[in-house]
Design a protein around this ligand. Sequence first.
Ligand SMILES: [Zn+2]
Length: 261
Amino acid sequence: MLNKWEGIILKSIPYGESNKIVTIFTKEAGKLTAMARGAKKPASRLAAITQPFTHGTFLIRTGRGMGTLEQGERGESMRFIREDLEATAYASYIIELIDRLTENNERIQGIYELLYDALHAIDERYDPEAIALFVEWKMLPVAGIHPVLHQCANCGATEGEFAFSFQEIGFLCHRCFHIDKYLIRISPTQLKLIRTFYTVPIHRVGNLTLKKTTKQFMKKLVRTIYDEQVGIRLKSRSFLDQLESTPELLPRKEKPEEEGE
Ligand SMILES: [Zn+2]
């Protein structure tokens, strides 16, 4: 059967003399793997559209076994992602995270949109570090983690002072602080931010500018959850960590020092 699907190339692995095996996240059919015959040859019409981060419409023949990518037409260029080191690094991280947390042919609502929104926002020069953080928070349920952020995880109260608990994976109200001695005190602004990162779609966040310390705080929370509860190690993360600790690699970009709302 020949299908015309919108998708984004997650990865592309050389196969044999001239072929590539591509992993595509499609809007219509979820993640799938397809053989792109001849795509390794630079002159092939499949060469350009099988590069990672490519967004477009793909003609994919499916049947028994692995599908075949027959044709593709580029949609958004994602050019900035390809050309900017920092944008490439964060986009690679997002792609690896989504790839690791999903299975082929599995239909989970909203993941394609999340992937597309994230890459589109980075390509539009939104802060890639903030966008990657949004994706990490929003992928938690896909990883099987459902943080309780709308009420106290212990007693259900919605009023009071709140703290974040790794033990409960969610908020605890001041009446329940005693049940977790390692809880993290948070301000009402931080509480709001955590909810925003988890629930508000990326395309509705606008060009949110966050202080470095805010991003570090949000990152520490979400990465502790991944490390303790999900236990996946991403190859692209160590590169990102190096990049972040080597600011001279990242010229430009003076970030405003106020918080977007
Ligand atoms: Zn409580």
